[in-house]
Design a binder for this molecule. Structure first.
Ligand SMILES: Cc1ncc(COP(=O)(O)O)c(C=O)c1O
Length: 450
């Protein structure tokens, strides 16, 4: 049956193609030498009829190769959360770029940046990696080495990068391999336990077994829609981990949007490791791994007692001088109260605007926020990953994203997530709310979605 939604999807797809001849030509040419025509095969997940190629990005304005301009609420899915090419970071990278890109020796700024990181985020010890994936991998390996335990625990619906042992799901009461994961060496359901977020009984049961080296968790789940922690849940997680000798890895790659100290800093949450990638150096590939003094002391014991040879941790290009230039500038100019206040003000405006639109349309949809990161979903706010997953409406979301793109508004291709950069104007927030409202008029007036 042809529904208003599928008719709309077809007309938006046609409009997308008609206005982007240059992108279409590049997409056709790129097919000759790139898998699926793109440098990272999942770039086709945007769901556009063909990829949209970018010419220029600055602040929150993205211009494609056809000269079309977009207000960016996706911001590279967090990498450019502070706006594209923040001037202080661009300048620092520009100056450093003529003075050395990579040399596998500590940069002269290492001591200063260590002090800045400790002051800003509260963790006394640090390591630098190139991506959040790498930082999570390192945290998990350290956790195994420190505890002499093999298993890890994750939450149903999590994403922590392409870390193999986190590629599991909870299905029918059991941990299973995540659907769609390609070419895994092992069955990671043997190495990992997946439980539902906010379920204290399941957490106690998993940790009581005494074989879990680490829990790796986002304090707010952000990769399956958004799932907020129930009151007191994170404190319980923290104390149960302590009681059972399990290390807690807090992955703040997305929840850094909470405020200048991340979620942990804003809400006085502590753990053993703290991971942050993506926006930590203003968008330059970089991730940091923070840890406590106790963890550092235990690491020293492992280092002192291990046999010689390669630790299997750390890559050649991480912690290069370019990254240190970007980190130093980001810590001074981006991870600040002022920057976050501007982002938060725009986020509040967007949250209120969306709630108003949903109220006008008599929809019981929810809006969840973690600082400058906003997500809306269909129905009441989910309590765990399975509820969030069940509430998703892929065709509806997909059509909405395309509708917005065709009106100069870019949101993430995954669920209904938006970020508000500090330079975002009230009129741009209003334009997004108005466009979502007109989409709802087009779809819901004629029928209920899906
Ligand atoms: C919470 C979280 N951790 C880690 C990652 C991995 O980041 P990267 O792809 O930069 O390695 C992601 C990516 O989306 C993420 O959402």
């Amino acid at each position: 049956m042809t529904t208003a939604l599928s008719r709309l999807l077809e007309s938006e797809r046609a409009a997308f193609v008609a206005r982007r001849p240059r992108s279409r030509a590049l997409a056709e040419r790129s097919r000759a030498h790139w898998l699926s025509g793109v440098p990272m095969h999942w770039m086709t997940d945007w769901g556009t009829p063909h990829p949209m190629f970018v010419a220029h990005v600055e602040g929150v304005t993205l211009t494609d190769v056809d000269g079309l301009r977009y207000t960016d609420f996706c911001l590279g899915d967090t990498g450019s959360m502070f706006g594209h090419s923040p001037p202080a970071v661009s300048e620092a990278i520009g100056l450093q770029s003529a003075r050395g890109l990579t040399c596998m020796l500590p940069d002269e700024r290492v001591a200063t940046v260590g002090e800045q990181l400790a002051r800003r985020f509260g963790w006394p010890f640090w390591q630098v990696m190139q991506t959040a994936t790498d930082a999570n991998r390192a945290a998990l390996r350290w956790a195994r080495a420190l505890t002499q335990r093999s298993k890890i625990m994750v939450y149903q619906g999590c994403y922590h990068g392409i870390v193999e042992e986190t590629m599991v799901r909870r299905r029918a009461g059991r941990t299973v391999m995540r659907e769609g994961a390609i070419g895994s060496a092992l069955d990671y359901s043997q190495a990992s336990v997946a439980i539902e977020f906010n379920d204290v009984a399941a957490l106690e049961q998993a940790l009581r077994a005494g074989d879990i080296a680490a829990v790796i968790a986002e304090p707010v789940m952000t990769n399956i829609g958004m799932v907020l922690p129930a009151l007191g849940y994170l404190e319980t997680l923290q104390s149960l981990c302590q009681r059972h000798g399990t290390l807690l890895i807090i992955d703040e790659t997305h929840t850094l949007s909470s405020g200048p100290g991340g979620y942990a800093g804003t809400h006085q949450l502590s753990g053993d490791f703290w991971v942050c990638g993506k926006a930590i150096a203003g968008g330059l590939p970089c991730a940091v791994l923070g840890f406590t003094a106790e963890v550092e002391a235990r690491m020293q014991c492992v280092l002192a007692s291990r046999a010689g040879g390669h630790s299997g941790m750390g890559t050649t290009l991480a912690a290069n001088p370019l990254v240190f230039a970007a980190l130093e500038a980001s810590l001074a100019h981006l991870h600040t109260e002022t920057t976050h206040a501007a982002m938060q003000a725009a986020a509040t405006r967007l949250e209120q605007g969306l709630l108003k639109v949903f109220a006008v349309h008599n929809l019981d949809w929810h809006v969840s926020c973690v600082g400058a990161r906003i997500e809306f979903g269909f129905g009441p706010a989910p309590r765990n990953g399975s509820e969030a997953e069940a509430a998703m409406r892929p065709e509806f979301e997909h059509t909405l994203h395309l509708w917005l793109l065709n009106r100069g508004l870019l949101v993430t291709p995954f669920h209904n997530m938006m970020l508000t950069a500090p330079m975002l104007q009230a009129s741009q927030v209003e334009a997004l709310c108005t466009s979502i409202e007109s989409f709802l008029d087009a779809v819901i007036v004629s029928e209920q979605p899906q």
